[in-house]
Unconditional design. Structure first.
Length: 105
């Protein structure tokens, strides 16, 4: 299950939720959570990959890809936020756990 860590942009002060752990929403709804989080490029790229996989593997590859992506997406999304200038803005224990799970220093 996904855990939440609060992130704040160091320049603008905009606050967003970062996630780490398994993404049930991604498993059940595909790349639509990326769209709802404003991650448009990931949504478009992922959707295109799923269409191609579905065509060439009669849908089996799509199911496998979604299971794998559900394990990776939250970490991917949160690390992209950190690369864009967001910093951790949560309780020390939550931040320590998030850093450990995300593999950031």
């Amino acid at each position: 299950m996904a855990s939440i860590v609060m992130l704040k942009h160091r320049d603008s002060g905009l606050v967003k939720r970062g996630f780490y752990g398994f993404s049930w929403t991604t498993l059940f709804f595909g790349f639509f959570p990326a769209l709802f989080r404003g991650d448009f490029i990931t949504f478009l790229g992922g959707f295109a990959v799923l269409i191609v996989l579905g065509i060439f593997t009669i849908g089996i590859g799509t199911g496998i890809a979604m299971i794998v992506w559900a394990f990776w997406y939250n970490k991917y999304y949160t690390r992209k936020l950190l690369e864009r200038g967001y910093v951790f803005a949560d309780a020390e224990g939550v931040v320590a756990e998030a850093k450990a799970k995300l593999g950031v220093a």
